[in-house]
Design a binder for this molecule. Structure first.
Ligand SMILES: [Zn+2]
Length: 483
């Protein structure tokens, strides 16, 4: 079976072939760096990782581009509130984003273009749209004329009978009921000047709109037509619809061939929201003692177009699944080889396991089916090893199959590293607690308190019980993100 994806543009499963044989260009909408990403964003980022890894696994050369939106309405608003320039405001969130990517073992993109570093391309794009009659100027701002582009609305299949051509919407994020001419470029206000969010153009100072940023950066990195664009389903309208309008309006060529969208994440059966307090960042969950590997596994375990309900029980199940994989890997390492010329079922199991695994991912990245193939392979290989030994070469074939499958889910090394860190951390805490007990025994309370403060600074809460001190990791603090 050939590789196929569900394309939002055509609402159908389509065989995937890149424009240039063997080479794939992917653009993923990255974070808006006004807060740390929440766990729902990570579902989308992990779909990107699955796509990125799988195309490379299949032998494609991939150019993967993920932007950082470091200027938009919300960033300006919050930078103003803190009285700092946008660059200073976004810096810790950019750092936090990269830390999280690493913690979740997400393969890095080839480029992370930042909007503020690509304004000249955005200005050029606006000039082209003005020249071609798709845009017009009002008081130093430039708007896209949606009535000038017959294909407007094709991606989102929006009801154009509500279209209010000639009426304008200035904000970056608006609803489907607001099908109006949208801002490409916003004339500078005093507020924008105060936070350094102003660039000069022939028609006056201002700043780019959010949608324009992605059109300009994707075409700058991948050319005017490229293979795959991804994002959360909430970006279909207006963001991606407007990206298409801007790019196709300027070039007259098809912008993107495949649009992949990730369904939103539920948390304990509820929609994620700031008001419910369930918009966890990765940092929140790690501080609660949850494992990054289990989070990665759980977020990858559902099909990206199906609802996924993120629960703490689900994380425990993920841990159990990871344990089984680690045990299996250990068994393969330890199994003594049998006679050189002997026979075993292992080569067949390795072949079938890999073939089923690939067939599942070829089918629109069906991760749950791929995991099912992986665990069938684990179960049957275990059963074969229970029956008797296998020659060294056969054992090497199943080890290789497991490594190949783990190139996609990428959890084994991460889980081992995490286990070591956990064990080292626990040993350190126990050592500090022993020192504290010794200090108390010799009535050196200042020393005992200092050790307690040291543990607290490391996120460890100590409780003294009649059986001696107990410790646990502190409940999550809200990160710098939450205002
Ligand atoms: Zn975007």
């Amino acid at each position: 079976m050939a590789l196929r994806f569900y394309n939002t543009l055509t609402r159908s499963l389509q065989e995937f072939h890149p424009v240039e044989p063997g080479i794939v260009g992917i653009y993923a909408c990255g974070p808006t760096v006004y807060q740390l990403p929440h766990i729902g964003n990570y579902r989308t980022f992990l779909l990107n990782d699955l796509l990125h890894r799988y195309l490379q696994w299949k032998g494609y050369r991939v150019k993967f581009v993920m932007n950082l939106t470091d200027v938009d309405d919300r960033i300006i608003e919050q930078a103003l509130a803190r009285g700092v320039a946008i660059d200073e405001f976004t810096e810790p969130f950019i750092r936090g984003f990269f830390d999280d990517q690493q913690a979740l073992n997400i393969r890095p993109a080839d480029v992370y273009p930042r909007a503020t570093r690509h304004v000249s391309e955005m200005v050029t794009l606006v000039e082209r749209l003005l020249e071609r009659g798709h845009a017009y100027l009002v008081d130093g701002s430039v708007y896209f004329a949606i009535s000038s582009l017959p294909q407007y609305g094709r991606l989102s299949r929006i009801d154009l009978s509500h279209m209010r051509a000639g009426e304008r919407v200035a904000s970056d994020r608006y609803e489907k009921e607001d099908v109006r001419d949208f801002a490409l470029w916003k004339a500078a206000r005093d507020e924008d000047r105060r936070v350094g969010a102003v660039w000069p153009t022939a028609w006056g100072d201002g700043r780019p709109g959010w949608h324009l940023e992605c059109s300009a950066m994707s075409m700058a990195e991948l050319g005017e037509s490229f293979d795959i664009h991804t994002g959360g389903e909430d970006l279909i309208f207006p963001h991606h619809e407007d990206e298409i309008a801007q790019s196709e309006g300027a070039t007259g060529r098809p912008f993107v061939r495949f649009w992949l969208h990730v369904k939103h994440l539920l948390i304990n059966g509820e929609k994620m929201s700031k008001s419910l307090g369930n918009d966890y960042t990765l940092r929140d969950l790690l501080q609660q003692g949850h494992s990054a590997t289990a989070i990665r596994y759980l977020l990858l375990s559902a099909h990206y177009r199906k609802e996924l309900n993120f629960t703490f029980d689900g994380l425990e199940d993920a841990r159990a699944a990871l344990r089984r994989l680690l045990d299996f890997q250990d068994r393969l390492e330890r199994s003594p080889p049998g006679d050189e010329g002997g026979d075993s079922a292992l080569p067949d199991l390795a072949r079938t396991g890999l073939a089923d695994f690939e067939a599942a991912l070829d089918d629109d990245l069906n991760a749950p089916a791929a995991l099912a193939a992986l665990f069938t392979f684990v179960r049957e290989t275990n059963a074969a090893l229970d029956r008797g030994t296998a020659p060294a070469a056969h054992l090497e074939q199943v080890r290789h199959a497991l490594r190949r499958m783990d190139e996609i889910f990428a959890v084994l090394d991460l889980a081992r590293a995490e286990g070591q860190v956990d064990a080292r951390f626990a040993a350190w805490v126990e050592e500090r607690l022993a020192q504290r007990q010794a200090a108390r025994a010799r009535r050196d309370f200042a020393r005992a308190d200092a050790i307690r403060a040291e543990l607290s600074a490391a996120g460890v809460l100590v409780e003294d019980t009649p059986q001696g001190p107990r410790w646990r990791r502190e409940a999550p603090r809200t990160g710098p993100a939450s205002a």
